[in-house]
Design a protein around this ligand. Structure first.
Ligand SMILES: Cc1cc2nc3c(=O)[nH]c(=O)nc-3n(C[C@H](O)[C@H](O)[C@H](O)COP(=O)(O)O)c2cc1C
Length: 159
């Protein structure tokens, strides 16, 4: 089974889980990087990030591997922003045709995962969602334990 993990991360939490998954199943990996991202520090990140979510913005992205045809399993990873996935996925979903794939979803968040999985599911109709899991601030809350949790989670889907 050929797998791709595709993720966005502003502050490293989602990257840490994506890297753990890659380590466990030796899949391809792609990071969504906006050409102009929101600030990493301070209150402003919540303002700009929240605004992008509410306005359903599609930030321009640096190029990434968007040849999804080649994969049987696609693993999407996103931080929760304002109860949803990050705007970089709006861009991806507007450009990519993802159909008849197995899909696994993970998110990282601080306290409330909101509707992120519902939103992902709505965008991925025509695919089979085989798993979804959330991690609470994995870098702060015992990175090794969270990394192992991610590995155990993904292993079950790889035969
Ligand atoms: C703009 C913005 C909005 C956020 N909204 C939420 C939220 O609705 N619920 C929540 O639990 N955490 C929220 N967070 C916290 C992040 O989801 C959390 O810190 C996540 O692990 C960050 O992932 P990263 O380190 O990969 O960027 C928000 C963070 C930002 C920057």
């Amino acid at each position: 089974m050929k797998a791709l993990v595709i993720y966005y991360s502003l502050e490293g939490n989602t990257k840490m889980i994506a890297d753990a998954i890659k380590e466990e199943i030796d899949c391809d990996i792609a990071r969504l990087i906006p050409r102009k991202d929101i600030p990493k520090k301070g209150f402003l990140k919540y303002f700009f990030g929240g605004k992008q979510v509410l306005l359903r913005q599609k930030p321009k992205l640096k190029s990434f591997n968007n040849n999804f045809e080649a994969y049987d399993l696609i693993i999407f990873g996103s931080p929760v922003w304002a109860g949803s996935y990050v705007p970089a996925f709006n861009t991806l979903f507007s450009q990519a045709n993802i159909i008849n794939k197995k899909i696994a979803l993970f998110c990282t968040y601080r306290g409330n995962e909101g509707k992120i999985f519902k939103r992902f599911n709505n965008k991925l109709i025509g695919n089979e969602i085989i798993g979804q899991i959330g991690f609470v601030s994995p870098l702060e809350n015992n990175a090794v334990k969270n990394s192992n949790k991610a590995k155990q989670w993904i292993r079950q889907f790889i035969k």
